[in-house]
Ligand binder design. Structure first.
Ligand code: ADP
Ligand code: MG
Length: 686
């Protein structure tokens, strides 16, 4: 299957160092050399011609061929984006931030946020000089609220379109109408950009995909032209496990050490479903690596997952020092979004995390993150990562039968996720999801369940029209349930406290380190902030205690140590404080005084949260179980909760976790009197 050979015999350093040793060429020159050697470089002129001549171009290319980093630069360098910026959308924030850094370096920029910038939720680095902006698909959809024609952008590059995230689908739908408006409607059925002349601020759309489903995008855009770019794929030998694995983390560890001791140099990429598995595998590999004989190659572990702060995974791109082997532990970020050079061996656990919406009998379902088997197309992409620079090997920790039984490709997210937040945003644009021209239409139950939730949150009225409150909710970069709590805090005089809590809930990892075997030790260590009946108020106490540590003279190391001692995830606290800055700014713009505090009073805080979490509520039953107020399920309180061994009349919770039972996690006791005040619940009870 080898279509091209590398030709250059490039060593690892030449191939991918961003800050490598500046030899006679200098780093900048070396980077330009790398750019010229990418497979896509040969097609540059043809590609620019096509984009110039067509309103919509679909570009299909193997992972690592240079689409994401090069196409935006080609467009910029060719002057195709004269009037506005080039947006490049990504499903994942880590991809957006790290690709922006890479392209800024290729452009010889001193920093990100000037010519090349990025925008992800709660973090934006872009300014007046920015011409290329990597952004999450969620951010550009949000931008529609303030700029419905996306008039600041001349070109929108929809990257990783094959992933079919909910936001990407909504973006594609909107781009179609925006382009019709901006480029002049009806003149030109074939979709060529020629002969218009009049459009003042035309929009070009480039859709990029790594898998073979490009036809569908082309059809959606009036049979837009499809271009192909070949990658450099070398043969990859596939090994299956002879029997199914129950513990994929353990089996990944064994396989890694087999590769490490038996195989010649070359880095190893291990695909795992999520952060927890990555952290646990990291620990066990470190433990065993320390016991290896001294003359073995050293193991360098590089984790990669969504919750990492920008730049935190930079070492994954640094050249592997001699006599060592890099071991990259990644979620499916490394499947198609980010190409890590130097990989020769892939270990595929065959698992990923998938968001899935669980509908409830009475409406208002919720999303869950479930670990499940990957699809064939993922398995093939994962294996492909081993063959980018030469022959490679992929160790599948599942049987060949299991592979043959895998689904072909994942279902588009719009078919399996909660639509609540999207429908709210669309309402603000005067759009009804059920009337849109979408690539795939979600089922009616999922739409009506989202509408019900919005109604219970007072975001829409019984006629399904947006309320003033709903409009305000949409202005927050938050889940509607959290935005509702913030808005309720205004009436209850506790915005300061509620923002402290919501910013922690919106961070990408949990605040309380929860390791099953150490639960008691952790509970003891956290006793000083434990609230007897509320996980949310416990969060508030922890945030306040940390605030005092920060305000005191404690240095960085001391703060870190303090967090470790109290089983708190400092990364979450740091991220939350950045989120809080953003939320306070949003409040400021909306005329909400974020400084309003209720001091030591608790009820206003719990009450505000309950307005948002009304649907996530349950009442104690005579037999000691809790039954959902808006569903039929009986839920237990998660062992990590401060309430797990107490009985209170009524609770609200952040989420449900499914193991052998249904557990509510992030729980607060709520006085029944508080419930009486919440319209949503009365509507239901009445
Ligand atoms: P595609 O989008 O077609 O998958 P990319 O444009 O993402 O391809 O990647 C092109 C090349 O740029 C790859 O060889 C990749 O290794 C390299 N690259 C991307 N990001 C970085 C980075 N942060 N550091 C070093 N190399 C990178
Ligand atoms: Mg890409």
């Amino acid at each position: 299957k080898a279509r091209h050979s590398m030709g250059t015999g490039a060593g690892l350093v030449e191939e991918w160092s961003t800050a490598g040793p500046s030899g006679s060429n200098g780093t900048a020159a070396a980077l330009q050399e790398q750019r010229r050697n990418l497979p896509i470089a040969k097609g540059r002129e043809a590609l620019i011609q096509e984009i110039r001549n067509n309103d919509v171009t679909v570009l299909l290319g193997e992972t690592g061929s240079g689409k994401t980093t090069q196409v935006p630069q080609y467009i910029l360098e060719s002057g195709l984006a004269r009037t506005g910026m080039i947006a490049v959308t990504q499903p994942r924030r880590v991809a957006a931030t790290s690709l922006a850094a890479r392209v800024a370096a290729e452009k010889n920029e001193p920093s990100v946020g000037r010519l090349v910038g990025y925008a992800v939720r709660f973090d934006e680095r872009a300014g007046a000089q920015t011409r290329i902006k990597y952004m999450t698909d969620g951010m550009i959809v949000r931008e529609l609220l303030s700029d419905p024609l996306l008039s600041r952008y001349s070109v929108v590059v929809v990257d990783e379109a094959h992933e079919r995230t909910l936001r990407t689908d909504l973006l594609l739908t909107n781009l179609k109408t925006i382009q019709r408006t901006r480029n002049g409607a009806g003149k030109d059925e074939a979709g060529t950009g020629k002969g218009k002349g009049k459009a003042e601020n035309p929009l070009k759309i480039v859709i990029m995909s790594a898998t073979l489903d490009a036809e569908k995008f082309s059809k959606f855009f009036n049979n837009a032209k499809i271009l192909y770019v070949k990658g450099r794929q070398h043969p990859v030998k596939i090994y299956y496990s002879s029997e199914g694995q129950t513990d994929y983390v353990d089996s990944a560890m064994r396989t890694f050490f087999q590769v490490h001791t038996d195989q010649p140099p070359g880095d190893v990429l291990i695909f795992l479903p999520g952060q927890e598995d990555i952290e646990s595998l990291e620990k066990s590999i470190k433990l065993f690596a320390n016991q290896l004989p001294k003359d073995e190659m050293e193991v360098l572990i590089c984790p990669m997952y969504a919750a990492q702060a920008p730049g935190q995974n930079a070492k994954v791109f640094a050249p592997t020092p001699s006599n060592s082997r890099k071991c990259i532990l990644s979620t499916n970020i490394a499947e198609t979004s980010i190409t890590i050079p130097g990989v020769k061996y892939v270990i595929d656990t065959g698992m990923c995390k998938e968001k899935r919406y669980l509908a409830r009998d009475t409406g208002g379902g919720f999303d869950t993150l479930l670990t499940k088997a990957i699809t064939k197309s993922s398995a093939m992409q994962r294996a492909g990562r081993a063959g980018r620079e030469g022959m490679g090997a992929c160790f599948r920790l599942y049987t060949e039968d299991a592979f043959n039984n895998m689904a072909l490709a994942p279902e588009p997210e719009i078919m399996r996720c909660s639509l609540t937040s999207s429908i709210l945003q669309l309402k603000c644009l005067n759009q009804n999801l059920e009337e849109l021209d979408l690539m795939d239409m979600p089922d009616v139950d999922s739409i009506s369940s989202a509408l019900k939730t919005l109604w219970l949150l007072d975001a829409i009225n019984p006629n399904r029209e947006l309320t003033p409150l709903g409009l305000q909710m949409a202005l927050f970069p938050l889940e509607p349930i959290h935005a509702r709590a913030v808005l309720a805090s205004r009436e209850n005089g506790c915005t300061l406290e509620v923002l402290d809590i919501i910013s922690v809930l919106s961070a990408s990892s949990k605040l309380f380190v929860d390791i099953t075997e150490q639960r008691e030790t952790a509970a003891e260590a956290r006793r000083m902030f434990t609230h007897p009946s509320s996980d949310h108020l416990t969060i508030l106490n922890a945030v306040r205690a940390y605030g005092e540590i920060v305000a005191g003279s404690a240095g960085k190391a001391a703060r870190k140590d303090w967090c470790r001692k109290h089983f708190l995830n400092e990364r979450t606290l740091l991220e939350a404080s950045e989120i809080r800055v953003q939320l306070r700014q949003t409040c400021g713009r909306m005329g909400i005084d974020w400084k309003i505090s209720c001091g030591d009073k608790e009820e206003p805080v719990v009450k505000s949260l309950a307005y948002g979490l009304a649907q996530n509520s349950a009442f104690l039953q005579p037999d000691g179980s809790y039954k959902q107020t808006m569903g039929q399920s009986v839920v237990k309180i998660h062992p990590s909760s401060v309430l797990c061994e107490k009985k209170v009349p009524a609770i609200v919770y952040d989420e449900l976790i499914f193991t052998n039972q249904i557990y509510a996690r992030g729980v607060s006791s709520v006085p029944k009197t508080v419930f009486a005040g919440i319209g949503a619940l009365n509507r239901r009870i009445a």
